[in-house]
Design a protein around this ligand. Sequence first.
Ligand SMILES: C[S@@+](CC[C@H](N)C(=O)[O-])C[C@H]1O[C@@H](n2cnc3c(N)ncnc32)[C@H](O)[C@@H]1O
Length: 306
Amino acid sequence: MFSYRHAFHAGNHADVLKHTVLLATLDYLKQKDVALTLIDTHAGNGIYRLDGDFAQTSNESASGIQQLIATATNAQEALDPTVARYLDMVRQFNDELSSRTKRLVYPGSPALLQHSMRSQDQLHLFELQPADMRALQGNMEQGPYANHTHVWHEESFKGSLRFLPPPSRRGLVLCDPSYELKTDYQQVSQWLSEALRKFATGTYLIWYPVIPRPEAHELPRKLKAIARQAGRGWLHTTLAIKSGGKPGVQLPGEKVERTGMVASGMVVINPPYILREQLQKALPELVRALGQDHLAAHTLESAEAP
Ligand SMILES: C[S@@+](CC[C@H](N)C(=O)[O-])C[C@H]1O[C@@H](n2cnc3c(N)ncnc32)[C@H](O)[C@@H]1O
């Protein structure tokens, strides 16, 4: 059984990047009235209390959403619209949103999708961890469009493929594994190849950790190659909030400083054409807000369909 619980990490810098890109992409797709099928292959709980035991243990949101709120509250200038849109969604789950807010509720990707969908859309959420699945079910039953929201307690690399292609041939799929298993990296690549074979025009958002592990390093390159082979365009972005570790030579007996994950990335296949321009403006703002040292940075690259 998995030991990963997203409640320990909710609202961290990776969620800020992932959810900002997710909302910007979905907003664009909603410009057409045609029904959308929305799929979250790795859903988690859906909603998190950042003052709860899990979140307090790691306090990762302090360098993510809480830091962004503090910066936004004190900002003299208007916020970038893509960042503001994300913060507005977080605000919808809280009575007030300020740097003094102690009891922050954080919407995970299922809640963001459910609160952004329309009456014509369908939402499919996959979660394997039993306790998280039950929490997800409870949270989604209380949200809007509960009748259009389907929670599946099953393995999603296989399960999600049965919804492709969607009846309207319009869909967004978020693939956000915990990468707890080394095999997840390989599975993501295989899943994307198969998903594109079944539904080449779908918009796919894949999150991955930027960590010193060969599989993680290789993954974006593989995903871009799969998109290229399928004749699809892609966008790739990363956000790092600080340097990955103490530079220099480690002295004998010196304790290695563990920094945790300090950067993550998103690969978007068939991205909206305006996403690059939106992120070009939003990412420097996220770096300014969340950056902790001079190595805080973003990257952004994209390619149109060949
Ligand atoms: C990173 S968390 C998801 C966070 C969520 N997408 C969000 O942004 O709020 C990954 C979740 O996937 C679940 N999981 C892991 N492997 C899975 C699989 N093969 N199928 C379905 N769920 C899985 C884990 O239990 C965990 O809750």
